[in-house]
Design a protein around this ligand. Structure first.
Ligand code: NOJ
Length: 771
């Protein structure tokens, strides 16, 4: 019931949203109205008692990493003086309590809230976003969200900077790893489920945290995939493809929005009144909190829209950026701006109210220690094994693995004979967790080598060689190790490392090569101009291939890679992303067939970097290339095929499935009605397995050019060997709707094509008409 308190603004929102208002707004229930009125009355009263400086204090969000705070007395004094609104990066109840104690000594005793980047787990680390998306399993996502919230709140945290729902069509961008890939529908579903799972039915309950969706807006479309770069795109594309996942997260009740670092169509998002007020507040009716990203306000000077820090603060507060992250820019400038008459008290009041509302919704005014608890409850060891959720992490991780190739059924491997496990990532406990691994500890993560060793203990013998460094480029090593130790370099000459691995391969029956990217290569500020496996490791793979033994490539990476050589030469390839604390065990489960892989790619894998952007839901051109009738003056590359190496939605299993033709319940759909599309899926192999049935729609003749197909529904189903099942999808008008040239949302009458398949390319087609 309490959850409704958060969603109430969204109910209002729907009513007043011309472009998005596809549903009428039900009247808010009376209890909700009362709770809402009580909250506003409480905040009115508090605001009357606050000085302007105390209000400004609420807008300051400071990063306080544990143990790295040289000036704690100053920080404590600032908190006591009411000059801090919230803290992030402090992650234990003990450390958090000290800061909350200081807030409780401030004049008005306004509690702090505590936030952290809990992106794919807190202590137990789950697969990275791309891995979670590869499960196509909303139950798995709910599990990740619940466990993350339980562990984070047990650490004293109130808020997570998640979900990250930036759509990206550019594998060069390192932050692909954090999101759910290229598709608007899949990302919207994943983000919304995470929000609901984090926040639970009652955000004031232990075990719930509030969600801040990020990065608003369109951060994933930065030019050239270079981090922090600019975005320029049509409004149709923005509304149709990039904005819906943020909206879905807010509709699911997300309490906050983190503003993107990029400029959108020339305006830095942090200063974008249109984005932060017209779209977010007016069209969507959002009443929650907005948080600027790290240093973003000051960066507006370099964006070229602010003359100095004061000007930047003015732009941000008047645009609607409530809290300033990790700087003193609001603290130093808002008061002088007010005194100079360049901003109004209303600007500050509006932002302060948003912050106070979050604290109210969290229940912090009733109990400032609701997550922190009393000192006697502090876990004696925050990293204790008993605090981890290993079984759940293993279950989700194995569902996140995508089998890309399995020639001659080399997989699953037998637990016998000699197996060579090679590659710079094979024994890494740090990399398997991936980036943004919150409070996860590498020493608690299971490496691929360890997972394999445990799986075959007493049955097969293992050989190991590192084989290569992650990269041989000293400049890249320096870059990756700039702020934390990311890659460890084996000082031996590359050829010696390779020879050692080849020796191991020669003595083995099969080679498992664990290669790809270090976690730091697929992170914030980790853009690449190429998306191949680094040369040092590519050379290792070539040498292993020459050794003549069956070659299984286990990939660890946080972006689609170009794998042309690997696909031609490896016997099997398993995409494992960064699979988390239980990654090694989950990978071993799949390699040895204790789990039949079912993951599907949430992003297209191009053949080469030159094809980027390459995404499945592109528009047709006036001269589409037809491989059956190749013609010169068509839209094509003359030096390479147009299509991807692996399409969106692709992934193999140890069994095989067939999909019947598509049956439609009717040839026409009346306005406001439905058509059902069904297929029968059969497990035609000899193993039980799961797959994802995907439904795509195309509007082939519309007022503007529409994509060749767009994902609209999916169902993950498990089938026993030989079993078949009818899978039914309800298609309604919303599935046919889009934003037209005037940004009006709706479905246009005429023919629609429905495609159903187990990936985005291999599909069966049927058609119906919307009247
Ligand atoms: C900057 C990142 O862009 C954002 O995603 C993150 O939440 C903040 N830093 C806080 O760590």
């Amino acid at each position: 019931m309490k959850k409704l308190r958060l969603t109430f603004p969204l109910l209002i929102a729907l009513a007043g949203a011309p472009a998005f208002g596809q549903t009428g707004a039900p009247a808010a229930p009376p209890t909700l109205m009362r709770e809402h009125a009580e909250r506003e009355a409480f905040i009115d009263d508090l605001m009357k008692r606050m000085t302007v400086d105390e209000k400004i204090g609420q807008l300051r969000l400071l990063s306080v990493p544990a143990g790295a705070n040289p000036d704690k007395p100053r920080l404590i004094a600032e908190i006591r003086d009411g000059k801090v609104g919230a803290i992030f990066n402090t992650v234990t109840p003990k450390d958090i309590r000290v800061l909350q104690d200081a807030a409780m000594q401030s004049r008005l005793k306004i509690p702090l809230f505590f936030a952290y980047d809990v992106i794919h787990g807190q202590r137990t680390i789950f697969p990275i976003g791309l891995g979670l998306a590869s499960t196509w399993n909303l139950d798995a996502i709910r599990k990740v969200g619940r466990i993350s919230a339980i562990e984070a709140s047990a650490d004293g945290l109130d808020v997570t900077w998640s979900p990250m729902v930036d759509i990206s069509r550019d594998p060069r961008w390192g932050r692909n790893s954090e999101g759910f890939g290229e598709d608007t529908y899949l990302t919207s579903r994943m983000g919304a489920e995470l929000v609901k799972a984090y926040q639970g039915d009652d955000p004031t309950a232990p075990g719930s945290i509030l969600a801040v969706v990020k990065h608003f807006a369109a951060y994933g479309a930065i030019e050239g995939g270079r981090d922090y770069n600019s975005v320029d795109m049509s409004l149709q594309r923005l509304y149709q493809d990039y904005l819906p996942p943020y909206k879905a997260a807010l509709d699911a009740g997300a309490a906050g929005v983190m503003i993107a670092l990029n400029a959108l169509n020339g305006v830095p998002a942090t200063a974008d009144k249109w984005l932060l007020q017209d779209v977010l507040r007016k069209q969507w009716g959002f009443k929650g909190i907005t948080i600027s990203d790290h240093g973003a306000i000051l960066e507006m000077i370099r964006h070229g829209v602010a003359a100095d820090g004061r000007d930047a603060a003015r732009l941000a507060i008047t645009a609607g950026a409530d809290m300033s992250m990790s700087d003193s820019i609001y603290g130093e400038n808002l008061r002088p701006l007010l005194d100079e008459g360049r901003i109004s008290v209303a600007d500050i009041d509006r932002a302060a109210r948003d912050v106070l509302r979050v604290k109210y919704d969290l229940g912090l005014f009733r109990d400032a220690y609701r997550h922190i608890g009393p000192p006697e409850n502090d876990p004696p060891d925050v990293n204790a094994e008993s605090r981890l959720h290993r079984a759940d992490a293993r279950e989700v991780a194995r569902e996140s693995l995508v089998l890309l190739k399995n020639e001659g059924k080399v997989l699953p491997l037998k637990k016998q004979g000699a197996i060579a496990v090679v590659g710079p990532l094979a024994k890494s406990q740090r990399d398997v967790m991936g980036n943004w691994s919150a409070a996860g500890r590498p020493e608690q993560a299971v490496s691929v080598y360890q997972g394999i060793a445990d799986a075959v203990a007493g049955k097969a013998s293992l050989l190991y060689a590192k084989g290569a460094n992650v990269t041989d480029d000293p400049e890249i090593v320096k870059y990756l190790n700039l702020y934390e130790q990311d890659v460890e370099v084996d000082p031996r000459p590359p050829q010696q490392l390779i020879e050692e691995a080849v020796q191991a391969a020669r003595q083995a029956d099969v080679v498992v090569a664990v290669v790809g990217e270090s976690q730091g290569m697929a992170h914030e500020a980790s853009s690449r101009t190429d998306i191949v496996i680094p040369e040092s490791q590519a050379r290792l793979l070539k040498a292993l291939k020459a050794a003549g033994k069956p070659l299984v490539v286990v990939l660890m990476n946080g972006r689609p890679l170009s794998l042309v050589w690997e696909n031609e030469n490896a016997d099997a390839m398993l995409e494992t992303w960064f699979a988390g604390t239980e990654g090694g065990n989950a990978i071993a489960d799949v390699l040895f067939g204790d789990y039949n892989p079912s993951g599907k790619l949430p992003m297209t894998f191009p053949r080469s970097v030159g094809q980027i952007p390459l995404y499945y839901n592109h528009l047709n051109t006036g001269r589409p290339f037809d491989p059956e009738h190749p013609d010169k003056y068509t839209s094509r590359y003359f030096d390479a095929p147009n299509g991807p190496l692996f399409p969106f939605g692709y992934g193999l299993s140890y069994t095989t499935f067939s999909v019947s033709d598509v049956t439609l319940s009717a040839p026409t759909m009346p306005r406001g009605g439905k058509v059902q599309a069904s297929v029968t899926v059969r497990n035609t192999g000899d193993r039980d397995g799961a797959t994802v049935v995907q439904l795509y729609i195309q509007d082939p003749v519309a007022s503007i050019s529409r994509p060749v197909k767009e994902l609209k529904h999916f169902q993950k189903i498990a089938l026993k060997a030989g079993e078949s099942r009818k899978v039914v999808f309800d298609i309604d008008e919303n599935d046919l709707s889009f934003f037209n040239a005037q940004l009006r949302y709706g479905a246009e009458p005429g023919l629609f094509n429905v495609y159903v398949g187990l990936d985005s390319q291999d599909v069966k087609q049927a058609s119906f008409t919307l009247r």
